[in-house]
Design a protein around this ligand. Structure first.
Ligand code: ME8
Length: 648
């Protein structure tokens, strides 16, 4: 761990309640949750804030359209956000609503302070206003007469308003952003802000006359006006802590970090620092900015009407899988185009294959070969370092941990996951090289096998901890399979912490493969293809009756061991469990599967086939597989069933 501060305050934007939560909101909140979990796991003192932004024109207009009061709309949609976060397993510390008294009190106190200090004055203003963004646009920012974000026409508004003397902080702000290179990150957004600051900074209109808008916090010094929604909203980060002087504020504010998308960089990187400076409050520590989720290249947003429903994806693929996809797919800071096909392929490759199979293989090996508990390793195999037999998994893990820490320090979630997957790859290769399923022929071989199982056990133990922030449910299952039921701590992710003798439970089906049977299974981004049988293949020649089929006894079988049949290129000898009995089978699949790939898999066998002799081995059953054009695939289960289950 680096020498960074051990106290951590993280915020998401507070979301507008004119909208229901979609993929964009879910992404920001999931990544903040991941970061908060990561820092808690590391033992830090963490406060994680999210909430809803409930005042302003936008909300008033949406409520009027829905025929309800703004407060009713706010209550309904704020609850919808809260419910979405509950369903997505978000563990926030506090949820702020800007209609709460604890917020309005602090906003009014800050306004009064600025008014008393002469930081606010009454002036006249005319400008192009976007109701979607709740802000005025300068001539330079307008694209084809429209809001560059919403692509909707702007409204010319002229009125007398109160102004915050923001222009006087321009030089200070430039100097601050230049002096702290990591204040706004990634760098592209810092550069964008420095570019913007090359133009003269205007004062900020911070009020709306009640004649036009009543849905807001009244100015404490003139109750014919309400507070401009951005001036109100930004203060949530401070009001939620109780405001200056409150114990929670004093404890967490010095460590504040915000997470936002690039749509709201300007209020956060310009208005907010100036407001804090004028109010005599220290600047936040970092502003972390991510890009947009797009669909077909267009930003996902309610106004564009291309919403991707986060909850529907979570229901379809599972919370961990959805979480993994968004964190792994988006390079923090850049835009990412959403595709459900990409989600399915990542799920199958990274989660089902790399991680899920590894966990199944290792727990099954320890359960079947190692007698159900983690074996001890003898010193003689560790001579010359842990690399003595099979490779240096401990070293691989330490390297991965270092890379994860460095990536998380920069909010580079995609890099953190890639670093964990480097380690998963190394462990999978270790299983292949050490082949702990082979029956040991002597003491030396038995010692080596136990050594390998010991290190594989340590690897899973460490994965059960480092994966917690990213895949909370799967990580918990891994820890439970290894008998770890207490609170997870990153400090326990160390070699040797899984004691020899610990009972291990088999854990298969952690991430079942998704077979998109038909492209129509994909709700988003599906491209339809025809599903005609390949040329040269025709339908069945003979019709079977149900009686014919019922003669065949098909069973779920779990592969316990697999080894090549000497002098045969094609055959593998398998020992499988049918629940109440074990069988030896010979299968002609050696050219398509390495023995290691089969151990731990649940396959389907014909259990009542006449025994056959193949290369001198008696085979008691047949493994079902399909093949076409040189490709062969063994039938596996899409969901876990116990060995011996009859297939009908
Ligand atoms: O702006 N891609 O609220 P908001 C990525 N109330 N992130 C997205 C996204 C997308 N397509 N769409 C939305 C507001 N987001 C103000 C904030 S803070 C004091 C006030 C996420 O409901 C992203 O975090 O429009 C973005 O910054 C935020 O939702 C905007 O939420």
């Amino acid at each position: 761990m680096t020498d960074r501060a051990r106290t951590f305050y993280l915020t998401t934007p507070i979301y507008y309640v004119n909208d229901r939560p979609h993929l964009g909101h879910a992404y920001t909140t999931i990544l903040a949750d991941t970061m908060a979990r990561y820092r808690r796991l590391a033992g830090d003192d963490v406060w994680f804030l999210t909430g809803t932004d409930e005042h302003g024109d936008k909300i008033a207009q949406a409520a009027a359209k829905a025929g309800i009061t703004p407060q009713q709309l706010a209550d309904r949609n704020s609850a919808a956000f809260r419910d979405a976060w509950r369903q997505l397993g978000i563990e926030y510390s506090d949820y702020i609503r800007t209609t709460e008294a604890r917020h309005t009190t602090v906003v009014q106190a800050i306004l009064q302070k600025l008014w008393d200090a002469g930081e606010i004055y009454l002036g006249k203003y005319g400008g192009h206003y976007c109701f979607g963004c709740e802000r005025f646009y300068t001539e330079k920012e307008i694209v084809d007469g429209k809001c560059p974000d919403h692509q909707t026409p702007l409204t010319w508004i002229e009125e007398e308003n109160y102004f915050f003397k923001m222009s006087k902080y321009q030089a200070w702000l430039i100097e601050t952003v230049e002096r702290q290179p990591d204040l706004i990150r990634p760098e592209r957004y810092r550069n964008e802000i420095l570019g913007f600051l090359r133009e003269p900074l205007q004062d900020l209109s911070i009020s709306r006359p009640k004649s036009r808008l009543t849905w807001g916090i009244p100015l404490p010094f003139d109750d014919t006006y309400v507070t401009y929604v951005w001036f109100d909203a930004l203060i949530n980060y401070v009001s939620a802590l109780g405001g200056p002087g409150a114990p929670r504020f004093e404890r967490y504010w010095p460590h504040a970090q915000h997470v936002i998308a690039k749509d709201i960089v300007k209020p956060h990187a310009i208005y907010w620092p100036c407001m804090l400076k004028a109010a005599g409050i220290d600047l936040y520590r970092h502003l972390n900015v991510h890009g947009y989720w797009t669909l077909g290249g267009r930003k996902i947003s309610k106004s564009v009407g291309n919403l991707v429903e986060a909850l529907a994806l979570k229901d379809k693929y599972g919370n961990d899988a959805f979480r993994y996809f968004v964190l792994r797919e988006m390079v923090f800071g850049l835009d990412a185009d959403f595709s459900e096909e990409a989600l399915v392929s990542r799920l199958n490759a990274d989660l089902a294959n790399d991680l899920g199979n590894l966990v199944a293989r290792v727990t099954t090996l320890i359960a079947n070969v190692g007698g159900g508990s983690v074996p001890a390793t003898e010193g003689r195999f560790a001579r010359g370092g842990e690399a003595a037999f099979g490779g240096d998994l401990k070293g691989d893990f330490e390297k991965s941990r270092g890379n994860v820490d460095a990536a998380m320090e920069e909010f580079a979630f995609h890099r953190a996951l890639a670093a964990i997957w480097d380690f998963i790859g190394a462990v999978n290769r270790y299983v292949d090289t050490t082949q702990p399923w082979a029956r040991p022929s002597n003491d030396m071989a038995r010692g080596q096998r136990d050594h390998a199982l010991y290190h594989l056990g340590q690897s899973l133990w460490c994965l059960g901890l480092v994966l917690e922030p990213f895949l909370p449910e799967a990580a918990r299952k891994i820890r439970h399979a290894l008998g770890h039921t207490g609170d997870p701590k990153l400090g326990d992710a160390e070699w040797g912490r899984l004691a020899p003798g610990t009972r291990v439970q088999k854990l298969s089906g952690l991430f079942p493969r998704i077979e998109a049977k038909d492209q129509s299974d994909l709700t988003y981004g599906a491209t339809r293809t025809s599903r005609r049988p390949p040329a040269g293949q025709s339908g069945p020649a003979v019709l079977a009756t149900i009686d014919d089929f019922s003669k065949v006894d098909l069973r779920v079988a779990e592969v316990l061991t697999a080894e090549p049949v000497p002098k045969s290129k094609k055959l593998l000898k398998l020992t499988v469990s049918l629940g109440s009995e074990q069988r030896t089978l010979v299968a002609g699949i050696a050219e398509h599967y390495a023995p290691a790939d089969l151990v731990g898999k649940k396959v389907v066998v014909v259990a009542n086939l006449e025994p056959a002799q193949l290369m001198g081995i008696e085979s008691n059953g047949m493994v079902l597989a399909g093949s076409t054009e040189g490709k062969l695939a063994v039938l596996t289960l899409d969901r876990d069933l116990p060995p011996g289950t009859k297939i009908t």
